[in-house]
Every structure is written in structure tokens, then in C-alpha cells.
Design a protein around this ligand. Structure first.
Ligand code: AMP
Length: 139
């Protein structure tokens, strides 16, 4: 079995572990994060096991994205939050702890103290153009 298939989220999909389910359809499941950053912090996952979104078929990614919006609307209504972060980590170096695709929806309120600040860099025009050409022409 792959790391994704062995992971805790695959066990939740297979019904081997419980979860606080808030949404389900044929291909997507959403449940409350067990260590929430805020009330309503929810994880949205595909039922098809994969470690990172690049490994999923495009149609699964499309449905997953649609369901993130559906679940986010419900969370906003219930929590009264007007803001939220959508966080989606791919790979350990990106902070992914569970090797199974998941989107976090994290409701945010003014002064919630959660913070979120990265440190943007600078690039020359030549560096941008080289990356632009490489990514735009990649398969
Ligand atoms: P990440 O760092 O993006 O891989 O986040 C993994 C998230 O999964 C963390 O926020 C954990 O709190 C959450 N998590 C781990 N195990 C469970 C579980 N059994 N049920 C719900 N959430 C979980």
C-alpha cells in the first residue's frame, strides 16, 4: 500500500477510523480537524487516495475545489466568521504531515491571534522570464 493508502485519512475514508463528518458525496469527504486552529477548522479530502494534488486526476481536483467552496460557505454561516484561510500542503518540506491530499478551511476573525506571514523574496526580470518560459511550456 502507498503512504497515502496507509495514512490516517485513508483509514477514515475506509471507515476504519471515526471522524466528525460535515460533508460527503461520491468522491469527497469533509470532517473537522482534530486539533483545530479555530472553531470550524475543517479538512476536505478526496475519497481517492493520493499524497499530493499533482497525483490526482484533473476531474477529482475540480470536484475537490468545488466542494471546498461548498464547505467554506457552510463554515462561514455557522461560525459567523467573515474570513478564512484555505491551506493545502504538498510534501513534508511544505509542512504536510499527513501524506494524503487535504485542504484546510480555517475560519478567521479579527484579533484571533493566529497570524500568517511569509517572507516574500525578489527576482530579476531575467529570472522571472526564464521561469515563466519553462513553466509555461512544461507538460
Ligand atoms: P498537514 O500539516 O497539512 O498535513 O495537516 C494535517 C492535519 O490533520 C492537522 O491539522 C491535524 O490536526 C489533522 N489530523 C490528523 N489526524 C486527524 C484525524 N484523525 N482527524 C482529524 N484531523 C486529523
Amino acid at each position: 500500500m502507498s503512504a497515502a493508502e496507509q495514512s490516517v485519512f485513508a483509514k477514515i475514508v475506509r471507515g476504519e477510523l471515526p471522524c466528525y463528518k460535515v460533508f460527503e458525496n461520491d468522491s469527497v469527504l469533509a470532517f473537522l480537524d482534530i486539533n483545530p486552529l479555530a472553531d470550524g477548522h475543517t479538512l476536505i479530502i478526496p475519497k481517492r487516495a493520493a499524497a499530493t494534488i499533482d497525483q490526482l486526476p484533473d476531474e477529482v481536483n475540480a470536484e475537490l475545489g468545488r466542494c471546498v467552496g461548498v464547505v467554506a460557505r457552510r463554515i462561514l454561516r455557522v461560525t459567523g466568521a467573515a474570513a478564512y484561510n484555505v491551506l493545502q500542503n504538498n510534501g513534508a518540506s511544505a509542512g504536510q504531515e499527513v501524506p494524503y491530499v487535504h485542504y484546510h478551511v480555517i475560519p478567521r476573525k479579527p484579533g484571533d491571534g493566529l497570524g500568517f506571514r511569509w517572507h516574500p523574496g525578489k527576482r530579476t526580470a531575467a529570472e522571472f522570464e526564464a521561469l515563466q518560459a519553462a513553466i509555461a511550456s512544461a507538460e
